[in-house]
Design a protein around this ligand. Structure first.
Ligand code: SER
Length: 874
C-alpha cells in the first residue's frame, strides 16, 4: 500500500515525465496578493502567470501545494470533525499549463495517471466525470477519445443562482483567473450512502470528487465581467488526502496513514483509548494548519491571518479539554507531524522549536480562561430559549474569555443549539462605537481627498521646495480658498515633506506664500498625492498659489536616524534571535523608534545587550548607506527583506547597509551609519502572544537619555551620601536595616497590644457564669488582634472574647473561644453574625475566627447583636 508521501511523489514524477517542472509549494501566506487570506489552491502562486503579467522559464509545472481553507472565501473550519473529508489544511496536487496544452492533454494526462497499471491503476468503472453544461469539447474528449460511457458523464450547469456560478466553473475568488472545469469522481461502492454528482443524494460519501481540471480562460473583474486571458491555460487540483483514501481503501480521510499517526500520537499524549473520538480527528486536522501557518510566519493575534490561526489553535485546545487534557499538549504533536509529512515536513523540522514555542504560549494563555468560560457557557446553555444562545453571552465569552465565535458555535452545535449571530454582531458594533467615541479621531479625509495627478516627492534630496497649491480641503470637503485661523489639508504638486508610511511619521514644517503662512503639523499620503495637514496662521491661501515649503529639518534628521537604526535593529534581531524574527509593526518618530516582531518569549537581558552591541558596532563602522531603485525580482535575488503581505510594485527601492541589512523601504535614511551616533534600548515587552515590542533611542536622544540616567545616579548617590559605584551596596544595606527595624516595630506593637489586652481582662463580664470580653477598639491590626485574643485566653483560662477594631473605614472582627467552650459557642458562627451587621463576611475555626467589614458606623450595633446572641446561647 502506498503511503501519502509516496503518492505525492508518484504524482510529481508522472508529470515530470510529461515535461512538467516540479515547483516547490509556495508559502501559505500569499506573496503580493492582498485579495487572498491564505493560499487555498495550487494555482495561487501562478496567478500572475495565468494573467500574463509574469513569465516563468517553463510552460508546464507540477506542484504539491500546502493549502489552508479557513477564514476566507473557501472556509471549511466549522465542518472539521463533522465530515469525513473537510480539513483546515490539505495538500493539493496540481499540474499546470501556461498557454501550452489545453483540454485534450489535460484530460488524457489525468486519466492515464489514475488508471494506468504503471501509476495508480484505479478501476475505470469506478470513475465518473462531470463537465460544465455547455462544454461539448470536454464532453467529446471524455466520451469519444477516453471512452467513458455516456451514463457516467454528467453535465452540470449554473447551479448556484448566477451566471458562471456552478460546481463546474471554478474561480479563485471574487476576482482573478477562472474558467469551466471538469471533475473526476470516485465511486467508493454501494455499501456507502450517496448518489452521483447532480443527483439528490450527491452530498453522501459514496461518490467523491478527487480531481478538478480547470480550463482557465477568463480574468473575472470586480464588477463581474469576464475578461479573456491572453492564452487558454490549465490548472488542476487533486486533494492528496482524498486520493490517498481511495488508494488505501478507506472512505474517510481520517483513516489514511498521516491522520492515523497523528490520532494515535494525540491519544497517547492524552491517554485516550477510543481512537474514533471526534475530538481526536479535530486535533489531528488542526495541528497541520497551525504548524504550517506558524512555519510560514503567521503568529496568533487578534486580527487578520493571526486571528484565524488563533481560532484554530483555541478550537483544538477546547477539544483537548474534552479529552481531559490537563496541560498544554497540542505543541507536542509537531515532531510527529513533521516526520509523517515526509518531504513536505522538512520546513516544520527546520522551524520546529519556534513553532512549538508559539503553540505552547497560545495554549497556556487560553488555558487561563478556558475553564471559566466553559463554566459560564455551560450555565447559559441550560437556560437557552428556542435552542438559541444569546448574542450577549457569545460576546461576553469572546470579549472576556477569549472564545472565538466559532469555538462557542462548536460547543453549541454539539447540543443542537445555534447562536444569535445578529445579536453578537450588535454587541460587537456597540463595543466598536464605544471605542471610537473614546478615541479622538479627527476628520477622515481618506474618502474625501481625490485629486488627479501625483505629488512629486523631493524629500530624499531636499528639505525645501518651490511648489504650487493644487488642492485645499477644509471641514471635510474641497475648497478654493482658506482663511487665517482655518485648519486644512494642503495638496502641493511637489514637496519635500515625507508622507507617513512604512512606520515613518509624516514631516512637519511650514508652507509660505507671498502673504500667507501655513503651519504643517503632519503629512499623510492620500493615494498618489501628499496632504500637508495643519493651520493657516496668517493671510489667505488659494488653489493655484505659488508657495515655498520647508520641512522642520532638525526633526526630520532625528527621524531619519531612527529609521536607519530600525534597519540595523531588524538585522541584529535576526542575527541574535533567529530567522523567525519578522517585522510585525514599526513606528519611527523623532523621539523614539518602536519595532514589533514575531518572537515567542521575552528576550534575555544578555541577548538585548548583544543586539545593542552589534548595532553600535555597525554604527561605528560608518558604512555607506546605499539606496537603489531596481526590479522586485532583482531585489529579492539580492536577499532584500520584504514584509509579509505587503504589496510592492514592479520597481522597488532597496536600502542597503553593507550586506548586513538589505530592505525594501521607501523611507528616509542617513548617508553613513556613523550619523546615528548611538543606539540605546529603552524598553522590551509583549504586545500580543508571540509578538514582542522593543523601543530605542538614537543620536541626541540617546545621549540625552544617558545624561538623564547619570543625573539620577548622582542625585541618588548624594542623597545616600556615597558615590555611584557604591550605590547598589548602600541600597542593599539600607534595605536590610529597614527590614530589621520593621520587625522590631512589629514585635513592639504586639507587646503593646498584649499589654492592652491584659488590661481588658478587667472588663470581662459574666454571662451565665462564662467570662465574656466584648470591646470596640481602634487602629489595631489583624495580627495584633490575634495576639491580644491569645493573651486574654491565657489570662482568663475560660472565656469568650469579641473585638471589633476600626481603621480607614474598615472593620476587623475577631472572636476567640477557649476550647472548653467550643461545644457551646463556635467562633466562626459568631463572627459571621457580627460581620453581617457591618457589611462583610468571614469565618474560621471554632476557637478563633476573623472577619472584615466595610461599615464602621455599625460596629456598636454588631457588638450588641453579638452580646444578645451570646446571652441566648450560653
Ligand atoms: N484551482 C482548482 C481548485 O482549487 C483546481 O486546482 O479546485
Amino acid at each position: 500500500m502506498k503511503t501519502v508521501s509516496e503518492i505525492r511523489q508518484s504524482f510529481l514524477e508522472f508529470f515530470q515525465s510529461k515535461g512538467h517542472t516540479i515547483v516547490e509549494s509556495s508559502s501559505l501566506v500569499p506573496e503580493n496578493d492582498p485579495t487572498l487570506l491564505f493560499t487555498n489552491a495550487g494555482m495561487n502562486q501562478f496567478k500572475d502567470v495565468f494573467l500574463g503579467q509574469d513569465k516563468r522559464a517553463y510552460t508546464r509545472a507540477t506542484t504539491s501545494q500546502r493549502c489552508v481553507r479557513a477564514g476566507g472565501k473557501h472556509n471549511d473550519l466549522e465542518n472539521v470533525g463533522y465530515t469525513a473529508r473537510h480539513h483546515t489544511f490539505f495538500e493539493m496536487l496540481g499540474n499546470f499549463s501556461f498557454g501550452d496544452y489545453f483540454k485534450q492533454d489535460a484530460i488524457h494526462f489525468a486519466w492515464e495517471f489514475l488508471t494506468s497499471p504503471q501509476w495508480l491503476s484505479l478501476p475505470k468503472e469506478r470513475l465518473w466525470v462531470t463537465v460544465y453544461e455547455t462544454d461539448d469539447e470536454a464532453y467529446d474528449i471524455w466520451h469519444n477519445e477516453v471512452g467513458v460511457p455516456a451514463e457516467r458523464i454528467i453535465r452540470i450547469g449554473d447551479n448556484k443562482n448566477a451566471p458562471y456560478a456552478s460546481d463546474n466553473f471554478w474561480q479563485m475568488g471574487d476576482t482573478g483567473p477562472c474558467g469551466p472545469c471538469t471533475e473526476i469522481f470516485y465511486d467508493h461502492g454501494d455499501h456507502i450512502w450517496g448518489g452521483p454528482p447532480g443527483s439528490a443524494e450527491e452530498d453522501g460519501d459514496r461518490y467523491i470528487e478527487i480531481w478538478n481540471v480547470v480550463f482557465m480562460q477568463f480574468n473575472r473583474q470586480a464588477d463581474g465581467t469576464m475578461e479573456k486571458l491572453p492564452k487558454p491555460s490549465v490548472d488542476t487540483g487533486m486533494g492528496l488526502e482524498r486520493i490517498s483514501a481511495v488508494l488505501q481503501h478507506v472512505n474517510s480521510n481520517y483513516e489514511i496513514d498521516i491522520f492515523q499517526t497523528l490520532i494515535k500520537e494525540t491519544a497517547t499524549i492524552l491517554g485516550v483509548s477510543d481512537l474514533d473520538n471526534k475530538s481526536l480527528r479535530v486535533i489531528a486536522d488542526h495541528i497541520r494548519s497551525c504548524a504550517y501557518l506558524i512555519a510560514d510566519g503567521v503568529v496568533p493575534s487578534n486580527e487578520g491571518r493571526g486571528y484565524v490561526l488563533r481560532r484554530i489553535i483555541r478550537r483544538a485546545v477546547r477539544h483537548g479539554n474534552i479529552l481531559g487534557a490537563k496541560a498544554a499538549f497540542f505543541y507536542q504533536l509537531v515532531p510527529t507531524l513533521a516526520k509523517a509529512m515526509g518531504h513536505a515536513g522538512e520546513i516544520l523540522t527546520a522551524k520546529q522549536a519556534f513553532i512549538q514555542k508559539t503553540l505552547k504560549a497560545e495554549e497556556d494563555q487560553f488555558a487561563r480562561t478556558l475553564e471559566r468560560g466553559l463554566a459560564l457557557l455551560e450555565d447559559a446553555l441550560t437556560k437557552v430559549d428556542n435552542k438559541q444562545l444569546s448574542g450577549e453571552v457569545a460576546f461576553k465569552l469572546y470579549d472576556t474569555y477569549g472564545f472565538p465565535l466559532d469555538l462557542t458555535a462548536d460547543v453549541c452545535r454539539e447540543r443542537d443549539i445555534t447562536i444569535d449571530e445578529a445579536g453578537f454582531e450588535r454587541e460587537m458594533t456597540a463595543q466598536r462605537e464605544r471605542a471610537k467615541a473614546s478615541s479622538n479621531f479627527g476628520t477622515d479625509y481618506n474618502n474625501v481627498i481625490k485629486v488627479d495627478g501625483v505629488t512629486e516627492f523631493k524629500g530624499y534630496e531636499h528639505t525645501e521646495t518651490d511648489a504650487t497649491v493644487v488642492g485645499l480641503f477644509s471641514n471635510g470637503k474641497a475648497v478654493e480658498r482658506i482663511q487665517s485661523g482655518e485648519s486644512a489639508v494642503v495638496i502641493l504638486d511637489k514637496t519635500a515633506f515625507y508622507g507617513e508610511s512604512g512606520g515613518q511619521v509624516g514631516d512637519t514644517g511650514v508652507i509660505c506664500a507671498e502673504l500667507a503662512q501655513f503651519a504643517v503639523q503632519d503629512t499623510q499620503k492620500y493615494g498618489q498625492v501628499f496632504g500637508h495637514i495643519g493651520q493657516l496662521t496668517s493671510g489667505t491661501l488659494s488653489v493655484g498659489d505659488k508657495v515655498f515649503a520647508q520641512i522642520d529639518a532638525e526633526r526630520r534628521h532625528a527621524i531619519t536616524l531612527n529609521h536607519s537604526a530600525t534597519h540595523l535593529l531588524h538585522a541584529a534581531l535576526r542575527e541574535v534571535l533567529g530567522d523567525h524574527v519578522a517585522q510585525k509593526g514599526s513606528l519611527v518618530s523623532e523621539n523614539v523608534l518602536r519595532f514589533d516582531f514575531s518572537q515567542p518569549e521575552a528576550i534575555a537581558k544578555s541577548d538585548l545587550e548583544e543586539i545593542e552591541r552589534i548595532i553600535n558596532c555597525k554604527i561605528r563602522e560608518n558604512a555607506q548607506v546605499a539606496t537603489e531603485i531596481m526590479d522586485l525580482d532583482a531585489a529579492k535575488a539580492k536577499g532584500a527583506m520584504a514584509l509579509f503581505g505587503e504589496k510592492y510594485g514592479d520597481r522597488v527601492r532597496v536600502v542597503g547597509m553593507t550586506k548586513f541589512s538589505i530592505e525594501l523601504c521607501g523611507g528616509t535614511h542617513v548617508k553613513q551609519t556613523g550619523e546615528i551616533g548611538l543606539f540605546k534600548f529603552i524598553s522590551e515587552g509583549a504586545v500580543a502572544a508571540g509578538v514582542r515590542r522593543v523601543e530605542a533611542v538614537t543620536g541626541e536622544n540617546a545621549i540625552a537619555l544617558l545624561h538623564q540616567q547619570q543625573q539620577v545616579l548622582q542625585q541618588s548617590a548624594e542623597l545616600l551620601k556615597t558615590d555611584s559605584a557604591s550605590l547598589v551596596e548602600k541600597i542593599q544595606q539600607l534595605q536590610d536595616k529597614s527590614k530589621k527595624v520593621e520587625k522590631e516595630l512589629q514585635q513592639l506593637k504586639e507587646k503593646l497590644a498584649a499589654q492592652a489586652g491584659g488590661e481588658l481582662a478587667k472588663n470581662a463580664k459574666q454571662i451565665n457564669g462564662v467570662n465574656v470580653v466584648v470591646e470596640a477598639l481602634e487602629n489595631v491590626e489583624a495580627k495584633n488582634l490575634k495576639a491580644m485574643v491569645d493573651d486574654l485566653k491565657n489570662q482568663l483560662g475560660s472565656a469568650i472574647i469579641v473585638f471589633a477594631s476600626t481603621a480607614d473605614n474598615k472593620v476587623n472582627l475577631i472572636v476567640g473561644v477557649t476550647s472548653d467552650l467550643t461545644n457551646k459557642i463556635k467562633a466562626g458562627e459568631l463572627v459571621n453574625l457580627l460581620a453581617q451587621e457591618v457589611g462583610g463576611k468571614g469565618g474560621g475555626r471554632p476557637d478563633m475566627a476573623m472577619a472584615g467589614g466595610s461599615q464602621p458606623e455599625n460596629v456598636e450595633k454588631a457588638l450588641s447583636a453579638g452580646l444578645a446572641w451570646l446571652k441566648a446561647n450560653l
